[in-house]
Ligand binder design. Structure first.
Ligand code: AMP
Length: 420
């Protein structure tokens, strides 16, 4: 017998793990300052949970699930995505009754029986977040803003293109689907076999087809963004406005359909041109009907899921020279009193989770800055005699060459700044 892992399943070896931990740790930091807590749900659920939430006519449910009969005869499935399990847990533990808003994030392995290639595996990891409760567009905007902050924090945002759209709701989407049927019907014979089926079952899915001819025809199809009802249009306008106010980038792509059935209104995808065919790095959207669909009370929700391996491939591209987790900050000090204060500050910052380095002897500021540069830290903190007298320190952003003064006492605030 050959000793090898199952096709499509990978080992993550010790020399790669540092990078994985870094990507995970940044997610924890960024999500937690936005009020999210981690949830861990089982990797198997009753098959029905996925069939009902993801949708029976989706590729995942039709072709890709690892489904088994358990010894008691029940049908169980290895999770192909994270949201269904989190929603099941949200309902089972009555989280809706305990708080009007629940913010949860997860990290873990997902399973889909796809054809393996670079960036596409049968066992792969996702990081995701779900926000339950608010129906307001600010919630959609906040989650997209958080997502972008995260990509910036791990340094891969220059490779990414954030696209957003709206899928409408139960009022305007059926009307739009009818418009699509009207548009595609006369061209039915030119569509591929799958798309002819999609035309009957869910015409929106035609936008997902990779075949050239179908793509060509779909290009001229009506846009959902011109067919939203007034409420959906207002909602989408407010999402866009909030993103613009913060300066989070986005482009409109009215052809986003998403492979899962449960989305309503805002949807988004983050794509890259760096990974060949596997161009989706993450995706998400609002899913106001899903909690009710799975047996809970009506609860609006919005969330996203990111592909860990694809983020790692981009991270390797961005930081190819091996990966050593760099310190968050280096503390430079001038004079022995400042040195002792720096030593204490390093201890306090580390207690708050920041990765700090400093020199122990009194060297010139120039030589300390040189060392900070060599370490590749994002920030250098400078404490001189004059700063010490005033109870402040200087924080220098090494990449942007900006400097600001902060209080020596507010360690928590400083630690957060250094970590993100
Ligand atoms: P989805 O739930 O299909 O929207 O997937 C969310 C993200 O997970 C995608 O954007 C990919 O980055 C990642 N992903 C999905 N399927 C796979 C797979 N088979 N292998 C690796 N990553 C995947």
């Amino acid at each position: 017998m050959e000793t090898r892992a199952i096709r499509g399943f990978n080992d993550i070896l010790p020399d790669q793990v540092k990078r994985w931990q870094h990507i995970e740790e940044r997610a924890r930091t960024i999500f937690e300052i936005h009020g999210y807590s981690e949830i861990r749900t089982p990797v198997v659920e009753f098959t029905d949970i996925f069939a009902r939430s993801i949708g029976t006519t989706t590729d995942i449910v039709e072709k890709e699930m690892y489904t088994f009969t358990d010894r008691d005869g029940s049908s169980i499935t290895l999770r192909p995505e994270g949201t269904a399990g989190v929603v099941r847990s949200f309902i089972e533990h009555n989280m809706y009754a305990k708080s009007p808003i629940s913010k949860l994030y997860y990290m873990g392995m997902m399973f889909r029986h796809e054809r393996p290639q670079k960036g596409r595996y049968r066992g792969f990891y996702q990081i995701g977040a779900e926000l339950f409760g608010p129906k307001e567009p600010l919630a959609d905007a906040e989650i997209i803003i958080m997502l972008w902050r995260y990509f910036e924090a791990i340094g891969i945002s220059p490779f990414l293109r954030p696209e957003i759209s709206s899928l409408g709701d139960e009022n305007c989407r059926p009307l739009f689907k009818r418009e699509l049927v009207k548009f595609f019907k006369p061209k039915r014979n030119e569509l591929c076999e799958d798309c002819q089926k999609r035309l009957e079952q869910n015409p929106l899915r035609i936008f997902d087809c990779k075949k050239e001819r179908c793509k060509e025809i779909a290009e001229k199809a009506p846009s959902i963004l011109d067919n939203l009802c007034d409420e959906c249009k207002e909602h989408f306008d407010l999402v866009k406005e909030s993103l613009e106010k913060i300066g989070t980038p986005f482009v409109l792509n009215p052809r986003i359909v998403r492979g899962l059935d449960y989305y309503t209104r805002t949807v988004f995808e983050v794509t890259t041109e760096e990974l060949g065919a596997q161009n989706a790095v993450g995706a998400g959207g609002r899913y106001d009907a899903l909690v009710e669909e799975l047996g809970g009370p009506p609860t609006p929700a919005v969330g996203f899921a990111l592909g860990m391996e694809r983020m790692l491939l981009l991270h390797e591209k961005m930081f190819p020279d091996g990966f050593k987790k760099e310190a968050d900050a280096f503390i430079a000090h001038i004079g022995s009193e400042a040195r002792n204060r720096a030593f204490l500050l390093a201890y306090e910052l580390r207690k708050n989770g920041a990765f700090i380095d400093l020199d122990y002897e009194d060297k010139s500021l120039k030589s300390q800055l040189k060392r900070a540069d060599k370490l590749g830290v994002k920030y250098t903190i400078i404490i001189g005699e004059e700063e010490l007298r005033r109870g402040v320190l200087k924080v220098r952003d090494m990449r942007k060459s900006l400097e600001e003064e902060m209080s020596l006492e507010d360690v928590k605030k400083l630690a957060i700044k250094l970590k993100i």
